[in-house]
Design a protein around this ligand. Structure first.
Ligand code: UDP
Length: 320
């Protein structure tokens, strides 16, 4: 297939672009490089540096078989302080992309959605039927886009799949997480192991969880990328399907830090700090639908493997 990948210079987008090229697809990456890195765009992709809202119609005029839409603003804290950046950057841009798909009859869309669309869960395992009450602006914008996709899919015959990621981590060989402003737990802990930070802060030890720290469902970025290939293959004209992607097992912040200590051999000093605004206590996915309907089989579910791959990537970049 000939595919347009928005945000293909970012973490998840570049790993997916690499997987698509490895599977023999023709890939054009469009990215404005506001947070991505040009050298993260995998070999074998054509790269266009452009504002997606402005470039979408011109690009899709070239007759594509599908779009994988990763480009987004994704910092929860920033989304609360500067909502305009998120409503404009995420929702308005996605609407322009959907309009360009309608205009040129692009048949398939895979969208990078998020567990943040659910907010505070009302059951232990979050399913696609769980209520969607986002606790932050980032999640609200992604949910709004999911609603828009449903309307466009049924009205204009687009075959769409939204994938709701839980906590993505790990690396795909030499492609990994390189945020300028790092807020995610595993990369921050690994920065301590590298000596780039003195310690990690644990945001709250008084949560209603077993050890008092927040519990999350970590998923390997390569397993996540593989789900996109399956979604693309299974997209049905006129339908919008939504699938959770996680491993169904929760790990606390303390368990993650312990795993990082084992993998790196570094003592990783940690200090308890106040809770972070907008954090739910526990987020764990049921990915039964993705397994049953897409045939998705995560192969790197072990937290030790996820941390090991992230660590190898981080160390290699540090030494380069
Ligand atoms: N966290 C932490 N210290 C940090 C960064 C994150 O304790 O320096 C916690 C955070 O409060 C959350 C979990 O680690 O409970 C995962 O956070 P992350 O930002 O990686 O992902 P999120 O779940 O917010 O998408």
């Amino acid at each position: 297939m000939k595919l347009l990948v928005t945000g293909g210079a970012g973490y998840v987008g570049s790993v997916c672009a690499a997987r698509l090229v490895e599977s023999g697809h023709e890939v054009v990456v469009v990215d404005d490089l506001s947070t991505g890195h040009a050298d993260a765009v995998p070999d074998g992709c054509k790269f266009v540096q452009a504002d997606i809202a402005e470039a979408a119609s011109g690009l899709l005029a070239e007759s594509f078989d599908g779009v994988l839409h990763f480009a987004a603003k994704s910092l929860v804290g920033e989304s609360m302080e500067n909502p305009q950046k998120y409503w404009q950057g995420n929702v308005v841009t996605s609407l322009r992309l959907l309009d360009a798909m309608r205009e040129h009859g692009t048949p398939r869309l895979v969208f990078s959605s998020t567990a943040a669309t659910y907010g505070e869960p009302d059951s232990e395992l979050i399913t696609e039927d769980s209520s969607t009450r986002p606790t932050n602006t980032y999640g609200a914008t992604k949910l709004a886009i999911d609603h828009a996709i449903s309307s466009y899919a049924s009205a204009h015959g687009i075959g769409a799949v939204s994938l709701r990621y839980f906590n993505v981590a790990g690396a795909h060989g030499s492609i990994g997480e390189r945020h300028t402003v790092e807020t995610h737990l595993i990369p921050i802990v690994l920065q301590v192991a590298l000596g780039q930070r003195e310690q990690v802060q644990i945001f709250g030890e008084d949560w209603p969880t077993e050890d008092g720290t927040c519990v999350r469902d970590y998923i390997h970025v390569t397993d996540l990328a593989d789900a996109h290939l399956l979604a693309l293959r299974n997209a049905q004209a006129g339908q919008h399907r939504i699938y959770n992607l996680g491993n169904g097992t929760g790990f606390s912040v303390k368990q993650v830090i312990d795993t990082c200590r084992e993998v790196t051999g570094h003592p990783i000093p940690a200090k308890v700090a106040p809770r972070r605004a907008g954090d739910p206590a526990t987020l764990v996915a049921s990915s039964r639908a993705a397994r049953e309907e897409l045939g998705w089989r995560p192969e790197r579910a072990d937290l030790g493997v996820i941390v090991r791959d992230a660590w190898e990537f981080t160390r290699a970049r540090h030494q380069a």
